[in-house]
Design a protein around this ligand. Sequence first.
Ligand SMILES: Nc1ncnc2c1ncn2[C@@H]1O[C@H](COP(=O)(O)OP(=O)(O)OP(=O)(O)O)[C@@H](O)[C@H]1O
Ligand SMILES: [Mg+2]
Length: 335
Amino acid sequence: MKAEDILFSIPFPVAITDGEGRIVNVNQKFEILVNRSLKYLKGRKLSSFFRRAPEIDRKVTEAFQRLVEVLGFRDGQFFLNFAPFFVSSEVKGVIVVIQPAPESPFEKDILAFLKGLSHEVRNPLSGIKGAAKCLRELRTYDEELISVLLEETERIERLLERVVKSFDFSVLNLEETNVHKVIQSVVKLFESELKRSGVNVVYNFDPSLPEILLDRDRITQAFMNIFKNAIEAVSDSPKKEIRIETGYAIHPSGFIFMRVRDSGVGMSEEELSNLFLPFYTTKERGSGLGAFITNEIVKRHGGEIKVKSEKGKGTEVTVLLPMKRRDGEGTDSRR
Ligand SMILES: Nc1ncnc2c1ncn2[C@@H]1O[C@H](COP(=O)(O)OP(=O)(O)OP(=O)(O)O)[C@@H](O)[C@H]1O
Ligand SMILES: [Mg+2]
């Protein structure tokens, strides 16, 4: 049995370094992880492939000099484990085994949210900074620059207000609602835009649907976001058609559905997986909050959104809403 074979078979990326943390050998999983060949890697510092380089160097030294194991050192999305590497009871270097850190979906969402938020705040901030610098240089009152300061400050205010609102679904104002009326009122709002861009809306309603308990304003907001996305998706398509369908859901039963199908640009798998993330947008003027807010609203109603999409073909968004509400659901989250 050769040591190389063992190294090759370990189901994690593994690197062996000398006492200074320079790579001596790695397995194929490590090559794939850093996307470099062993030939390239030999002699380079292991730490140079990670974010917390100085600390990793220290851990290597610790394992090498004090002959201790250091387990579970976190570097971004990885856990690194260090152990002295013995050859015939003599320490020759350090063996480093890398494991993926278990991903918390909550952490991921929060991180994406914070990244998006700081991105959004940074734009107006740089405008404010620029204007302030100009004012300092001019040393005079300049109406236009002051306006920039005010406008950009207001932009941040509006953004934050929107963020707070979008997170506050604590109180739903439930009333018996006719979903067809909600749909029609939203389409009406977009009427002139639909005409202007030549979009054809086709309805297929199930008139026997009952009225259900919904927060009318919130559901209108949700449907508006979905419909707006559909219009934007077909805006450059040769076929500009949006189909709106309602009915009783079969799976799961006890739900009604509202479906919006567009013949627009569609989404790749990656775009689809990002759709509901706050601030995720591929549009120049988009906020990326539309789908996120819509999803939150539907979830708060005890419902669910299902999306199917094909790049270049179109998208189908189905909102499922329960006909009967479970006790106390959705009325107050501060319970
Ligand atoms: N019907 C659709 N067809 C194709 N892509 C879509 C569709 N709906 C959403 N998307 C994609 O998902 C992204 C996020 O949508 P979302 O509604 O959250 O934000 P947005 O439309 O970009 O901005 P905003 O809603 O603030 O105007 C869009 O930028 C787009 O890439
Ligand atoms: Mg949108």
